[in-house]
Design a protein around this ligand. Structure first.
Ligand code: AQP
Length: 336
């Protein structure tokens, strides 16, 4: 990173390679990452270790990790300006995780709602990693002394825990970690499932009609939007509580066209949902086309993607290894 960029604040964000990215991942996360590069020193992480808290097919996980990197690059992240790496390529994350596991309290980990949610979703695999996941997330952030972390509502509790862990460590030893803050992007829309608009769109949803994948072709995108669950009112109006399906489609249309909710409402007045759904599908397919072209181009060059990831891991490790040495020394681990 340039000398001038040393004055920028550090921001860290990650995404799990648990599948092909959805439109939700794009709108809520990856789309914003390229823009953040102007203002911040950015670290972007393919969070493969976090993905292991849920059972993964090894071959698919490997494939998804490389695809995730290619999609992040295709979305505009520039590896010359930002550090893009795979979490497991920087072992200091897991080293700090252990120190934090020994700092985080059973009570505070038990209160994490995501642990409760994921345990309920995967009752046959309530593993220790799922329970201590927030300690690893704290390590991801604090190992780089990231000042800002873009978080959705579902992650604010984890960020709070990271702050508590940092505070406790600083008090018990000596000032080491900066307090990370949540960073809310201007258009941080939460995109809902097309099949059940009361639930968020998720890449691991078993119903393929619930999500738009960033790799879906135009026909698939159009078809999925046509099938999207709405309501029987037939009026395009923004009201997330009463009309979650229509409001979700309006939010998506707004993001891809820049039109306001009033403009959208006016555009489809008296037309029912058919024309509206068609327009949303077209706008999304048009908007994703250049990213898909770029993604296919980048992914075809496996060597390039791997070089970016290798260099990213080296840059990240340089920062992370310094921190882990410092932490090991402070907690009293013998250093030779
Ligand atoms: N539906 C969504 N709307 C807006 N933002 C979303 N994100 C995920 N879904 C939506 C954002 O994407 C980033 C990466 O998420 P992740 O892969 O680390 O985990 P996740 O939030 O659990 O994403 P998924 O797609 O739902 O994955 P699975 O199905 O594996 O659990 C985060 O910034 C998240 O806010």
């Amino acid at each position: 990173m340039s000398e001038q960029s040393e004055r920028k604040r550090v921001i860290l964000s990650g995404i799990q390679p648990t599948g092909t990215f959805t439109l939700g991942n794009y709108i809520g996360a990856v789309r914003n990452w390229a823009k953040l590069q102007d203002e911040f020193d950015c670290l972007y992480m393919v969070a493969d270790l976090h993905a292991l808290t849920v059972r993964q097919d090894p071959a698919a996980l490997r494939r998804h990790s490389r695809e995730a990197a290619a999609m992040i690059l295709a979305s505009g992240v520039d590896p010359k300006r930002s550090i893009l790496f795979v979490q497991s390529h920087v072992p200091a994350h897991t080293q700090l995780n252990w120190i934090f596991c020994c700092n985080a309290q059973f009570g505070e980990l038990s209160r994490m709602t995501q642990f409760k949610d994921k345990s309920a979703k995967h009752p046959d695999n309530v593993n220790g990693g799922l329970f201590t996941y927030p300690a690893l997330m704290a390590a991801d952030i604090l190992i780089y002394n990231a000042e800002l972390v873009p978080v959705g509502q579902d992650q604010t509790q984890h960020l709070e825990l990271a702050r508590n862990i940092a505070q406790r460590f600083n008090n018990n030893y000596s000032p080491t970690f900066v307090m990370p803050e949540g960073y809310v992007t201007k258009e941080g829309a939460k995109i809902m499932s097309l099949a059940d608009p009361t639930r968020k769109m998720s890449k691991s949803d078993t119903n393929a009609n619930a999500f738009i994948l960033l790799t879906d072709d135009r026909d698939t995108i159009t078809r999925k939007f046509k099938r999207a669950v709405t309501d029987s009112e037939g009026e395009v109006r923004y009201d997330p509580a009463a009309k979650p399906g229509v409001s979700n489609l309006m939010a998506i249309y707004h993001i891809f066209t820049g039109k306001t909710m009033e403009e959208i409402q006016h555009e489809f007045e008296g037309q029912g949902y058919g024309a509206f759904k068609e327009a949303v599908g077209t706008a999304v397919a048009d908007g994703l086309a250049p990213i898909q072209n770029e993604y296919n181009r980048i992914l075809a060059d496996k060597e390039y993607v791997d070089t970016v990831l290798k260099e990213g891991a080296e840059s990240a490790s340089r920062i992370a290894n310094k921190m882990i040495q410092k932490v090991y020394r402070k907690v009293g681990l013998l250093q030779l």
